[in-house]
Design a protein around this ligand. Sequence first.
Ligand SMILES: Nc1ncnc2c1ncn2[C@@H]1O[C@H](COP(=O)(O)OP(=O)(O)OP(=O)(O)O)[C@@H](O)[C@H]1O
Ligand SMILES: [Mg+2]
Length: 222
Amino acid sequence: MTDSVLCARGVRRSFPQGTGVVDVLNGVDLEVSAGEFVTLAGPSGSGKSALFAVLSGFDTADEGDVLLLGERMAEHPSWQDCAVLPQVMGLADELTVEENVALPLRLRGDAPESAVARARELLDELGVGALADRYPTELSFGQRQRAALARALAPRPRLLLADEPTAHLDHATVPLVLGLLRRAADEGAAVLVATHDEEVHEAAHRRLRLVEGRVTAGASPL
Ligand SMILES: Nc1ncnc2c1ncn2[C@@H]1O[C@H](COP(=O)(O)OP(=O)(O)OP(=O)(O)O)[C@@H](O)[C@H]1O
Ligand SMILES: [Mg+2]
């Protein structure tokens, strides 16, 4: 596929558990193209977050390959092409919400004014603009989740991996988040979202399932 952004082939990952080893990923194959919004379902503990760690380069597969824009993840020249919204959010507590969102833009050399303007725009769209000067620990989990999504979206990444991006949100806020995920895909990003939320699956172009360590096309989410 010529517009493939993310491609995983034969990804295997095991972890030590007790005196043994648990095989969490048993040969994952998947592909997400530019402009696609794809969801990944799977029971709790099936390995969605473990897979995202490998796909984003935070963890390394025991076997198999992950390609970002046709290049092996470890050799990919630009960290800016992949953005992650981790399940644990990972905001820097010593920075304000606005500084957190502007950080990836400042790190790549954007001017402070444009970085802050982009951060403000996204925070406003996600309904947390009034919290821009607060610190993450002063926010609710749902507010932090939106701030973390704003940070992931800010650099307009080619690949966005969002792990349970609606887990802490109230019903009224979910469409805001879905709207921005869809827009990122419409603007050409490859968007992969792990979720248990049927509303998120329904908003996607395509859904996948992680079962027994392998990814299959998923007709019915779990
Ligand atoms: N670093 C690690 N060390 C040991 N075991 C791990 C590690 N990371 C994940 N696991 C194990 O891998 C399995 C999958 O965990 P993972 O967090 O990926 O599940 P998940 O599908 O994301 O679940 P949830 O829907 O609850 O978020 C679990 O059994 C977990 O204990
Ligand atoms: Mg998880």
